[in-house]
Design a protein around this ligand. Structure first.
Ligand SMILES: Nc1ncnc2c1ncn2[C@@H]1O[C@H](COP(=O)(O)OP(=O)(O)OP(=O)(O)O)[C@@H](O)[C@H]1O
Ligand SMILES: Nc1ncnc2c1ncn2[C@@H]1O[C@H](COP(=O)(O)OP(=O)(O)OP(=O)(O)O)[C@@H](O)[C@H]1O
Ligand SMILES: [Mg+2]
Ligand SMILES: [Mg+2]
Lengths: 264, 264
């Protein structure tokens, strides 16, 4: 059965999209078949994988409102084994357009279940990982992702204000677990944008490890300029500059994620 | 008549809260009476000004749903002339709780108008500036702020992905101008987290100035570790470390904002 992982944190700019793109790329590089689903109206994951606006006629919005099936919307990226359901600004309308619908928080879960069954029925090669990128909010889009997923990865910037939001994120996970998705598990907390010149960074790492213990991945993603340059080339940093510290850290994170997968 | 400025950008982590806090502090430092209104459920502006959770019994949520008046919710900060309407996670419920109300996008505008009239009537000292901090989304909270405000400041991180969101933000401003708030003007775009060691930063500055011209402030806020340390002390960087590059840049920005105010 394929694994559905959601990358979420309502705090903005903490590395959700960068993590979704590069974790997806690393898993694809070792032969897993991965589909990224971009649920952020900003469409940064789609841009970061080189999907320009003109080729997003069909998007995650169409899947959520029931206009299209995942198999008709997913497109290849030039990363082998990695495909994407891109996003557009249409997603901004999803919450109000479905205000009266009872099942609205299950839309993505149902669409994914239908797609997975269709793959089995058609004996198509199935995906082994779905990775869901979320907007910086606890809204219907993020809820859809958390209800569809089996596990959640929470990127956490090594900054004081980002720590403050962690408590809120953990409460939201508990609400989803005691509500629409009891099987959702915390996969782990990823420390991002660690700046070794900044003593605040190491203080945050220490504080978060103290409180969260093993729920924090050992790998820490450093602040690395090559990571922020990669999206302007429409490429994951793993393809843009394989040898840089940023890429090495995401490869290490991927192997740690796979290690943890064994225990789920 | 008091000026109502909104600080917004749906891209996350670009420096909205940092700008709202430090611009507010700088304006207060030169004698203006400033009220900050925190409209982000994360409550980072409230935390950054030292308001702990225990003292947020009354918040911006109560103002928006009509449970309380601004004068009963605003509290002093230890920055002279700067008060704040703090926020709590209650704000997460605002959008669904008012789903059927016609006037929901005008709630903040009406509350501010009532407060300003009450000050005049009671001959209380009036505020000269209101600064509204927004969550990273184009949602009902941000819309309330954009409908209440006379001018908008858009912080823009010197990163490729942040540039992509600028077009969306400008379109949102146009929609508000042709809809509920024709008087909303673009005050300016603030370039933030400029990293002189990173050639991408200077590329972004050049590109944004090419496209946006005079709408971009001359002042560029550098990436500066003292800025990210300040919130953990519950202080604006202007009080935490007056001499650092970050503080100097925000003081320069404040004087540029005041300069522009003369032409509005
Ligand atoms: N480790 C890193 N080092 C340097 N820059 C990084 C790193 N990770 C991400 N960035 C850059 O920081 C910015 C924010 O990252 P990203 O967009 O991935 O965060 P996000 O959480 O997805 O943001 P949003 O909340 O807007 O969705 C981007 O411009 C990205 O290129
Ligand atoms: N010029 C700067 N130099 C260094 N760090 C900064 C700077 N400006 C902001 N920061 C830090 O970067 C992080 C993001 O800034 P901030 O929280 O102000 O952005 P925001 O746009 O309000 O985020 P959100 O979208 O979550 O509301 C914070 O941890 C802040 O302390
Ligand atoms: Mg993102
Ligand atoms: Mg903020």
């Amino acid at each position: 059965k394929p694994r559905i992982l959601v990358v979420a944190n309502q705090k903005g700019g903490v590395g959700k999209t960068t993590t979704a793109i590069n974790l997806g790329t690393a898993l694809a590089a070792i032969g897993e078949r991965v589909m990224l689903i971009d649920l952020d109206p900003q469409g940064n994951a789609s841009t970061g994988l080189g999907i320009d606006y003109a080729s997003r006629q069909h998007s995650s919005y169409d899947v959520l409102v029931g206009n299209a099936l995942i198999q008709n919307v997913a497109q290849n990226t030039y990363v082998p084994h990695l495909s994407i359901v891109p996003s557009t600004l249409d997603l901004l309308g999803f919450e109000t357009e479905t205000a009266s619908e009872k099942d609205r928080v299950f839309r993505l879960r149902h669409a994914l279940n239908n797609f997975i069954s269709a793959c089995e029925y058609e004996q198509e090669p199935s995906y082994t990982y779905f990775i869901l990128d979320c907007p910086p909010a606890v809204n219907l889009l993020t809820m859809n992702a958390m209800v569809a997923a089996q596990a959640i990865l929470v990127p956490l910037q090594c900054e004081f204000l980002a720590m403050e939001g962690l408590g809120q994120m953990l409460r939201t996970i508990e609400e989803v677990q005691s509500g629409p998705n009891p099987e959702l598990q915390l996969h782990g907390i990823i420390l991002t944008m660690y700046d070794s010149r900044n003593k605040l960074s190491s203080q945050v790492v220490e504080d978060v490890r103290d409180v969260m213990g093993k729920r924090v991945y050992k790998t820490v993603i450093p602040r690395n300029v090559r990571i922020s340059e990669a999206p302007s080339h429409g490429k994951p940093v793993l393809l843009y500059d394989y040898k840089c510290l940023g890429s090495q850290a995401y490869l290490q994170l991927a192997s740690e994620v796979i290690q943890r997968e064994k225990s789920f």
